[in-house]
Design a binder for this molecule. Structure first.
Ligand code: SN0
Length: 316
């Protein structure tokens, strides 16, 4: 395995889930695999779970881990080609990336959508530089369009908790004060469409995801209808794709609360975190026994550990 960017990179989902659950049962079983191997984690954006769970997963595999908050601790990077570098960016990404590749065997990189240019974001301009020029396998720790480590952990959580063979999973938009990327919902949709679930997306008009992600999913604009008989409610805010990066609505009637959860089949509440209480979800729902956000976060270790393990096996 040389890259982990999309659902297509993991192969058969049932095999991947099984492997992750084996690792969860016995996290140190492959401790020798990472001996004298180094992973560097590069963050262009903030992180709590991704940083800690990836570090823990690599440590469970016996690896050395280096973390770099590149905006704070590195040189500011230029990514345009053909520019005269007389401004505030002392280093070009074309040198920085191959240099980082000299110091490690694997790279993890987090680089969110910047919302400056839709084409740059959706062509994964930054992530692709790491793939093309680092010379080592690359794991996406949330790119402009996807968050595969999160979606894999979400799938593991659904597998652990599903009350029936083919559960109903609902991805619902909810309000948020800032413009957030579409990466988490895009990715969740991409993984759910491949999984054995009945998948519904609900959002206000104007929040349609990019067609490559929404195609094949059921879209229901009436949130209450969508919640009916759901086994899992997956809440997330995202900004508009069509009016790229815009916040079109702050409508609190979309907040997930006890009344709406009562319409479901005793659904579990999921969110990737961090979550804004009483915007996305009421205190009552997130603190209820149906909230599985902590288990979901715990599974972040085992999704990424599966990926790192496969990459290390490929290095041998
Ligand atoms: C990120 C996002 O893609 O939505 C990371 C989620 C894993 N979330 C945020 O940036 C939230 C920031 C905020 O202001 O609440």
């Amino acid at each position: 395995m040389r890259r982990f960017l999309t659902v297509d990179d993991i192969g058969d989902l049932n095999v991947a889930i099984k492997e992750a659950l084996e690792i969860k049962k016995n996290p140190y079983a492959h401790y020798d695999l990472g001996k004298n191997k180094t992973i560097i984690l590069i963050f262009f954006n903030s992180s709590l779970r991704t940083r800690l769970s990836t570090q823990k997963a690599a440590m469970n595999l016996g690896m050395n881990v280096i973390v770099l908050d590149i905006n704070k601790d590195g040189w500011k990077l230029e990514s345009e080609l053909g520019v005269v570098m007389d401004g505030d960016k002392p280093e070009h990404i074309r040198e920085a990336v191959p240099v980082i590749g000299q110091y490690c065997d694997l790279i993890g990189v987090r680089s969110f959508a910047t919302f400056e240019n839709k084409d740059d974001d959706y062509s994964e301009k930054v992530l692709n530089q790491f793939i093309e020029f680092s010379g080592v396998p690359v794991i996406s720790l949330e790119s402009a369009t996807r968050h595969p480590c999160q979606s894999f952990a979400d799938l593991i959580t659904i597998e652990e908790l599903k009350p029936k063979k083919r559960p109903k999973v609902v991805l619902t938009w909810a309000p948020h004060p800032r413009a957030l990327p579409q990466a988490v919902p895009n990715s969740f949709a991409e993984w759910m469409k491949k999984a054995d679930v009945d998948f519904v997306i609900t959002h206000p008009k104007g929040y349609e995801l990019a067609p490559e992600f929404s195609e094949g999913a059921t879209i229901e604009y009436d949130q209450k209808k969508a919640f009916k008989d759901a086994d899992f409610i997956y809440a997330k805010n995202w900004s508009s794709f069509t009016e790229y990066g815009k916040v079109l609505s702050l409508d609190k009637s979309w907040t997930v609360d006890e009344e709406k959860m009562a319409l479901t089949n005793n659904a579990k509440f999921m969110h990737c975190l961090p979550v804004r209480r009483n915007m996305i979800v009421s205190d009552g729902v997130i603190e209820s026994s149906n909230s599985v956000v902590i288990q979901e976060a715990a599974n972040r270790v085992f999704s990424v550990q599966t990926v790192i393990k496969r990459m290390l096996e490929g290095l041998k």
